[in-house]
Design a protein around this ligand. Sequence first.
Ligand SMILES: [Zn+2]
Length: 315
Amino acid sequence: YAREDHYPGEVDGYLMDEYSPVFPIGIDASVDPTAAFMGFPWFEREVLNLAKEAINGEALGKGDHPDLLFIGFSAMDWMIHDYGPHSQEVMDACIKLDRYMGNFMEFVDKTLGLENVMFVLTADHGGLPLPEYLVEKGGSGGRINQKHLAEAIEWIDEECEERFGKKLYHREGANYFLDHKRLKKANLMPDHIYEIVKKYLTNVDGVERVAIKDDILKSTDKDKTTLRLKNMIHIEKTPEIFPIVNPGYLFRGPYGTSHGSPYDYDTHVPLIFARTHFKPRVDTSPRATVDIAPTIAKYLSVDIPEYCDGSPIDL
Ligand SMILES: [Zn+2]
């Protein structure tokens, strides 16, 4: 069901060889396998083995009070970063993960009885297909040209230095953290820097807009993108000025893909609740991962505090 195996844009683990990102993926003999282990499906199998040890070792589910066990399948994120979601590699990883989880559920059934357990499966983000694949399918997308981006960053530095002076901001990638003390001393408004950054970055192909943290925090706009950005950023740690890519674009190149945009492909995640006596049904109404905690609380007859963002789902 996945696309052809040799596909441009996929990472090739054999760096010493000619570019050939084909399945099964291996690593060069010189690479320490334990360092590369995280990028393979077997990582999830070992995580589940660890989960079994935790259940036994901590006697989870045996006492009078309910226990929560969180299991993170992070190798899937790594593999999708490297090969994209439609690859043979990720299809194989999904088939393997499905089996590993089936095996884990059998263990839970034997140890605790499935009637005593609720499983919840979700993800903390989605991801962008390889832009090469998007384009082939008739969509739009691409990789930000690193040379153009580097030029834009240089011009921003030059103009800011020339007009206002040095070291007024700290930059990470194309994200800007302003030095408010220095700006104040030089009698400058953040807008002075913002206008320059915006002028050059929005000229880079694939950059849709340049966002300002304050505007996003202040916005009461119900615009989907703004609202998602508002939910996504950190009130203190987020850079003050940061570029937002066009849908389908990413900074990573020349291989692999990423996530972190406010678009549907990044924010749409599965949400599955499973328990032996639940009647199978599909609910397509919009729900959010913040609904998980109140839903579990409801089924445990625990009061849901008012500060809780989500609302319980009727399962
Ligand atoms: Zn990731």
